[in-house]
Design a protein around this ligand. Structure first.
Ligand SMILES: NC(=O)c1ccc[n+]([C@@H]2O[C@H](COP(=O)([O-])OP(=O)(O)OC[C@H]3O[C@@H](n4cnc5c(N)ncnc54)[C@H](O)[C@@H]3O)[C@@H](O)[C@H]2O)c1
Length: 267
């Protein structure tokens, strides 16, 4: 019997990268999964998003490990799609115990050269999207008097980052949401935490490298500067953090961030 048997996880940006790794790790521990992803290309930031075939293969892998998985194609900026997916999770599985607010984009640009469209896309997906999803999941958790919300921020939510100001603003915003939601939701038995990874070896990193004309390793090293001698961490490292944060082992952790920075912020 897995540690998360009987639990239900709603994961955004689940088709590939960190969301997929978290979905698989939770499924292996017995959780039922609602995997939500835009599953189509986006003109901005211009690198590959997850696809519907990624979602299908994720569902097959979850099923193979004995866990149920529902998939939903939708944008975290689209309240109707979110509402439908939350209703599907509740009608199929009866509850939502874990929300992993993970969907996000990244793109480079000097502050004075950013367009309003770029600013809006970054903030709308990374920050407003997390709120739009939480807004529909929180009432379910309040009814249950339990739940855990995990916001995937970044080291960029704890420091400044040149050519990534709109990204950093969105990730600092998630830090603020985490702390504020923790205050609101503690009386209902709901915990809210954030994760702050350094560079992670995902399609996002590959896509940014291609756009910048660098190798994936160069792009990770340029923005990271880890103390430990690694260019990046793996999506599975983030998934292990999600397992811990969602579990009772972290039952007294709320309003706080888990830093997975390979020492970067020590500099
Ligand atoms: N890769 C890194 O170096 C790194 C480091 C720290 C934090 N993060 C954060 O971790 C999260 C996951 O990143 P990743 O590296 O797995 O990225 P990724 O690009 O590999 O995967 C992101 C997933 O989110 C989906 N998505 C994007 N926009 C969406 C939208 N509007 N609605 C629904 N789904 C959408 C994509 O289709 C994709 O499947 C992001 O929030 C990112 O900012 C990434």
């Amino acid at each position: 019997m897995g540690e998360f048997a009987g639990k239900v996880a709603f994961i955004t940006g689940a088709a590939h990268g960190q969301g997929r790794a978290a979905a698989l790790a939770l499924a292996r521990e017995g959780a039922a999964i609602l995997a939500f992803d835009i599953a189509r290309p986006l003109a901005y930031p211009g690198y590959a998003m997850g696809s519907s075939s990624d979602l299908e293969s994720l569902a097959a892998e979850c099923t193979a490990s004995g866990a149920a998985c529902e998939t939903a194609c939708g944008d975290v900026r689209d309240d109707a799609a979110i509402t439908a997916a939350v209703e599907r999770a509740v009608s199929r599985f009866g509850r939502i115990d874990i929300l992993f607010n993970n969907a996000g984009i990244c793109a480079y640009g000097l502050t004075h050269e950013l367009t309003e469209d770029a600013w809006d896309a970054m903030l709308d997906i990374n920050l407003k999207g997390a709120w739009l999803v939480a807004r529909r999941v929180i009432p379910v958790m309040i009814r249950q008097k339990s739940g855990v919300i995990i916001n995937n921020s970044s080291v960029a939510g704890l420091r400044g980052m040149g050519r990534l100001s709109h990204y950093a603003a969105s990730k600092w915003g998630l830090t603020g949401l985490t702390k504020s939601w923790a205050l609101e939701l503690a009386p209902h038995g709901i915990r809210v935490v954030s994760i702050h990874p350094t560079g992670v070896n995902t399609p996002m990193n590959d896509g940014l490298a291609e756009l910048e004309g660098l190798t994936p390793q160069q792009i990770a090293e340029r923005s990271a500067g880890n103390l430990l001698p690694v260019p990046w961490i793996e999506p599975e490292d983030v998934a292990q953090a999600v397992l811990y944060l969602a579990s009772d082992k972290a039952r007294f952790m709320t309003g706080a961030g888990l830093v997975l920075d390979a020492g970067l912020l020590t500099r």
